[in-house]
Design a binder for this molecule. Structure first.
Ligand code: WTA
Length: 641
């Protein structure tokens, strides 16, 4: 077997799980033996709480390594000519690209030299704002090669969001594309970066990859073309680029994610623990077999792209597919066409994609050969039973296990999931914790519920190697957000229940975070954006069930006086404002203009009531007598959109 740590039976799972709890250091230490270190660790785990209660977690202290040597160099002898990345373009007429491990290694080294030529050093933060092209994976790996910290910003975020992230990370260099192809649209990425950079004095250099050949402004002394910079390295004779030696706990990347406050936080992952956790979970959850074609549809702008398009699969020597486009272009059969064309064995996608393709009907599935598929995966939000069944019946043809993988940006890798071919899938359950994962369900008094059958808030009572280490530049925030609600435990922000057999079912966020099409969006963030609109006095945002997106965004908005004589136009203006401030993904699905918001005597908005109204549960809003302004509730009910 090529992965000594691959779990192949229920007994092996139970044994691995038991060992991981009884002897976590022995368990993870023996898995780490399968990776390449320049120097081995002195201690597998340090886990304690500092005087103020802030967590200290360090894995594999003292070890020296570079993650790209694990993802690339060590495979060259055995897998050098095997495909590392297969890239499928937006337009099916354009030829796909394939990069072998040797080619990818070469390209990463060349671009790493480009970064060095442009002044990037170990510990510098590099911001990437690109479409899903192979060069994005190359750039990510090139950063890791030289010890620069990458901060990838999803291509759907606005200039303001990029500026916030660049400023927070103090990035010196930005890598972007002229534009990106998405379905029948071209997104002007460089123009968005230009707008962002007006507010970002730390940025000295922008490297621009040509993809769409849209006209872009290139600022002298600041902006350079990717292709020109590559040529410079080639004329230097393409010198090798030895990997920088990193400490186990050196930061690998920052990835911003939404929380319950207005400002996204930069989740920081480090090197050794992250690598081991992604790879271990990749190999086990999907039961990956060498030579298989694995297709994760996630964008590299999200954690799923980081862990399960790039690092996990490559460290495992797998073939990872990257897709530039969208599931419905040129038609709703695109995923199935890709599976058929490349003989994909493992498909990992999001419930929102499944629901949207399901709505297009089986016509797009029927003439596709999906017999290569062996394992199906789902991530990002709870998968409802109907979508699960459709996926199982029509895509997996009742042959392929579905792994419903619960995890988060903060966890780096899958935490609770079916292990394909080993543990049993149950529709709408993430099922069992992976080895090394010790969940705890907490009751409303803050105590762990010890009974097997339980319902409450989901915590982790022991660290795992992929656990976030801090939030960039603000350790206090990390402590407050994740470790203060239940002292000594990591709090996920999700609610869950556990059945009599110990299977977990995730019920959704219990904080003010929405999950819209699998994207995490903080209600406070959307409110801040809406409030930027000149006519808006105050707003409150809640989620409501949405057939395709999982959750939709419902905004209650108070505008100034009667300044908006045309509600429809004001609505559009607000949508445009949100798109400018955060990005199109955060645009509310519904906006209701209201005269007031239900508030407690202390001035807090009673979101519980608004949520009920948004969900259409008008008669179930609960007690309103403690409100400062109970009459407003009837008023809001009448105006529901
Ligand atoms: C939700 C994505 C139910 C959950 C990897 C979590 C899920 C948030 C599942 C993290 C799942 C993710 N079942 N809910 N299989 N996977 N979630 O950080 O609410 O973008 O807290 O990470 O998505 O979203 P994030």
């Amino acid at each position: 077997m090529s992965y000594p740590y691959q779990i192949s039976s229920m007994e092996a799972y139970q044994q691995a799980y038991k060992k991981s709890v009884d002897d976590p250091e022995g368990f993870w230490g023996s898995i780490a033996e399968n990776f390449q270190f320049r120097k081995k660790w002195d201690k597998v785990l340090e886990w304690r709480f500092a005087g103020d209660g802030a967590p200290v977690v360090k894995w594999f202290q003292g070890a020296k390594l570079n993650i790209t040597e694990n993802c690339l160099d060590r495979h060259l002898d055995t897998l050098g000519d095997k495909p590392a990345i297969i890239w499928e373009p937006n337009d099916p007429e354009e030829h796909y690209r394939m990069l072998t491990y040797r080619q990818l290694h070469q390209k990463v080294c060349t671009f790493a030299n480009v970064l060095k030529n442009n002044g990037v050093k170990k510990g510098d933060v590099v911001c990437l704002y690109m479409g899903m092209v192979p060069e994005l994976a190359i750039a990510v790996l090139a950063c890791a090669r030289i010890g620069a910290i990458h901060s990838v910003v999803f291509g759907g975020f606005s200039a303001q969001s990029i500026a916030d992230r660049i400023q927070d990370g103090k990035a010196k260099l930005v890598i972007t594309c002229d534009g990106a192809f998405r379905g029948n649209k071209t997104v002007q990425l460089k123009a968005v970066v230009d707008d962002a950079l007006v507010q970002c004095p730390t940025v000295e250099r922008v490297i621009v990859l040509t993809r769409t050949r849209t006209p872009v402004s290139m600022i002298k002394g600041r902006d350079v073309w990717w292709e020109d910079e590559i040529k410079k390295v080639e004329t230097m004779g393409n010198p090798p680029c030895p990997a920088e030696e990193m400490d186990a706990e050196d930061p690998l990347y920052i990835l911003y994610t939404s929380g319950s406050t207005g400002k996204p936080k930069g989740v920081v992952h480090t090197t050794a623990g992250y690598m081991i956790y992604c790879t271990y979970t990749f190999v086990n959850v999907f039961n990956y077999q060498p030579g298989e074609i694995y297709f994760c549809t996630a964008d590299l702008g999200w954690v799923t792209g980081h862990s399960y398009v790039v690092y996990g699969p490559l460290a495992a020597g797998a073939t990872s597919m990257m897709f530039e486009g969208i599931p419905t272009y040129p038609d709703a059969g695109r995923f199935w066409e890709i599976v058929d064309k490349h003989k994909v064995n493992i498909l990992y996608t999001a419930p929102t994609a499944i629901r949207s393709l399901m709505a297009h009907g089986l016509g797009f599935v029927k003439d596709k050969d999906l017999s290569s598929l062996r394992v199906l995966g789902s991530v990002g939000e709870p998968i409802n039973e109907e979508a699960w069944q459709w996926y199982f019946d029509n895509i997996g043809k009742k042959r392929c296990p579905i792994v419903d993988t619960w995890w988060q940006t903060e966890t780096a890798g899958v935490m609770i999931s079916v292990i394909a071919t080993v543990t049993k899938p149950i529709p709408s359950y993430a099922t069992l914790p992976l080895p090394g994962v010790q969940p705890a369900i907490m009751d409303e008094h803050g105590n762990e519920i010890k009974e097997t059958e339980a319902k409450g808030n989901l915590c982790m009572k022991f660290p795992w190697p992929g656990m976030l280490r801090t939030t960039w530049g603000d350790h206090e925030r990390c402590f407050k957000t994740y470790f203060s609600a239940y002292p000594g435990k990591y709090f996920s922000g999700d609610g869950c229940l556990r059945d009599k057999d110990g299977n977990y079912r995730i019920t959704g966020r219990v904080d003010d975070v929405l999950n819209v099409s699998g994207h995490r969006i903080g209600t406070a963030e959307v409110e801040n954006a809406i409030n930027m609109h000149a006519d808006v006095v105050e707003s409150a945002v809640v989620g409501y069930p949405h057939d395709i997106k999982g959750q939709g965004i419902y905004a209650f908005v108070i505008t100034e006086g009667d300044r908006h004589d045309n509600e429809d136009l004001t609505r559009k203006d607000i949508l445009e404002t949100v798109a400018r401030i955060i990005g199109p993904i955060a645009r509310p699905d519904k906006i209701q203009f209201v005269k007031g918001l239900p508030k407690t005597r202390s001035g807090k908005i009673m979101r519980r009531i608004l949520r009920k109204i948004a969900e259409g549960e008008m008669n179930n809003v609960g007690d309103v007598t403690t409100l400062l302004n109970p009459d407003i509730v009837e008023d809001i009910k009448r105006g529901k959109v």
